[in-house]
Design a protein around this ligand. Structure first.
Ligand SMILES: Cc1cc2nc3c(=O)[nH]c(=O)nc-3n(C[C@H](O)[C@H](O)[C@H](O)COP(=O)(O)OP(=O)(O)OC[C@H]3O[C@@H](n4cnc5c(N)ncnc54)[C@H](O)[C@@H]3O)c2cc1C
Length: 432
């Protein structure tokens, strides 16, 4: 293959949009007043809206772009009981009791999503195939093993450590120093999940309005007035569900999130024998590198979708970011060196200063955000919990309703991320 890694008709939009295009919903029908407004029509905003509507309250969702245009229809579709800190690390940091509270609820959240998809009959290619995480460095094998031991003992996690000699059972690559398989994880088609969720919300009669960016929020008579273009929308209660796309309109949240990009590429169609060799049994895949690669087969098991952080400097040029990702893909699967790329895209995730997800209430506004790159389960689940909070239900309690920290002088612009990403890149390269 020459230098060109992209096919002639390569797209710089998510692969998922081919089958689940973003709906063209405009701002027509925007209400003058409604009981509850939700800002953001991703998983968290829609999940909150569904719960609130089914609880009997009037609710509208305002979305700056097309519904689902944010991370919710751009992600890798990996489903897990995932927090940024491992169970072993959380135990070391905060003690067993606290770690158990966080991890038990994260496991509950994953089950909640499985039940939700099943009971609502949402067709989103959910496959409970488990996840294999390859060890980037030899010492990661012991770290993952110790963590798994603790998880098995205290949480009942089902998994196994896989030696380097055995890893071809899970992945057609020799690059890793063994790995860990978690049986209860899954993957799905995020575009279809979003589409299904949106259909459920709209079926409840909830107005979900696209191209309706909230530009300003002011308080009036114990409620809020939102400025959307030249229109004003009055509401009694407000939920902000904007995660990695949070702007200055909501300064409290803006100061608490570290937005960053994650990117994905999709290969062209691959023959069944190659796919069977690279991703036997269609597992979700990932690794322990600092920039964290996550990858998988497409739902049809006929191409590889490969994601990672491509580096802060490359974020807005999908050709450049695609090339960087491609290099990493070829390191893992040299068998693909003649294969071209058909899609390259990215989107914003949001980290937090304590690496935890948060549902918070400040000054009478509900905020649900900070999924640290793992929002397929967590955004849907915490969106639902936020809905319950708005309804004032006792079962709205969650361990993630905790202090949401910021840092003095942080204004919402994480200028320090570029050097951190560069450092992580070199640490990965040198195996440190
Ligand atoms: C490339 C990529 C890969 C990922 N892979 C995975 C994965 O495999 N597994 C996993 O669990 N998670 C993954 N994630 C993370 C996951 O997608 C997110 O955590 C989750 O989708 C967040 O959902 P959300 O609804 O909170 O936010 P989003 O889906 O980002 O929605 C926020 C919405 O708010 C809107 N908005 C912002 N400001 C305003 C305003 N002023 N007025 C109106 N609307 C506004 C935005 O337009 C946006 O649509 C990935 C993310 C990316 C980008």
């Amino acid at each position: 293959m020459g230098n060109e890694i992209f096919t002639d008709n390569a797209k710089f939009t998510p692969y998922w949009w081919d089958e689940a295009p973003r709906p063209e919903i405009g701002s027509e029908g925007i209400p003058n007043a409604v009981d509850v407004v939700i800002i953001g029509a991703g998983f968290s905003g829609l999940s909150a809206a569904l719960t609130i509507a089914r609880g009997g309250r009037g609710v509208a969702v305002l979305e700056a772009d097309r519904p689902g245009e944010g991370a919710s229809s751009r992600n890798g579709g990996a489903v897990g009981a995932t927090l940024r800190f491992s169970f072993a690390k959380l135990t070391k940091m905060h003690g067993l009791k606290t770690a158990l509270r966080f991890y038990s609820e994260t496991r509950e959240a994953r089950s909640w999503l499985y039940d939700f998809i099943e009971s609502e009959g949402i067709e989103c290619d959910l496959h409970r195939v488990g996840r294999f995480i390859g060890c980037h460095r030899p010492k990661d094998y012991d770290l993952l093993g110790r963590d798994l031991e603790l998880q098995e003992k205290y949480l009942g996690t089902e998994g196994e450590m896989v030696s380097k000699a055995e890893q071809q059972r899970f992945i057609g690559s020799d690059i890793y120093h063994g790995g860990r398989f978690l049986r209860e994880d899954a993957n799905l088609h995020p575009g279809k999940l979003h589409q299904g969720l949106l259909a459920k919300v709209m079926a409840e009669g909830v107005p979900v309005l696209g191209r309706s960016k909230v530009n300003a929020i002011r308080r009036e008579n114990g409620g809020f007035v939102l400025q959307v273009g030249f229109r004003s929308v009055r509401t009694r209660q407000l939920v902000v569900a904007t995660n990695g796309y949070t702007g200055k309109e909501t300064p409290w949240l803006h100061r608490r999130l570290l937005p960053m990009q994650s990117q994905i590429i999709a290969t062209e169609h691959l023959a069944p024998d190659i796919m069977g060799q690279l991703v036997p049994e269609n597992r979700q895949l990932g690794d322990t590198s600092r920039l964290h690669c996550y990858f998988r087969a497409s739902p049809g098991h006929d191409r590889i979708l490969f994601g990672s952080r491509a580096g802060a400097a490359e974020i807005n040029d999908r050709r450049k970011s695609g090339r960087l990702l491609y290099r990493r893909l070829i390191e893992i699967f040299p068998q693909l060196s003649e294969v071209k790329i058909t899609h390259s895209w990215g989107g914003f995730i949001a980290y937090t200063f304590d690496h935890m997800l948060h549902l918070a209430r400040n000054d009478d506004i509900f905020y649900v955000a900070g999924f640290c790159g793992s929002g397929v389960v967590n955004a849907n689940y915490l969106g639902h919990k936020t809905g319950l909070k708005v309804l004032g239900k006792p079962n709205s309690q969650t361990v993630f309703d905790s202090e949401h920290p910021t840092l003095p002088f942080y204004t919402g612009k994480p200028w320090f991320l570029a050097p951190i990403v560069a450092l992580k890149y070199w640490q990965d390269k040198l195996g440190l």
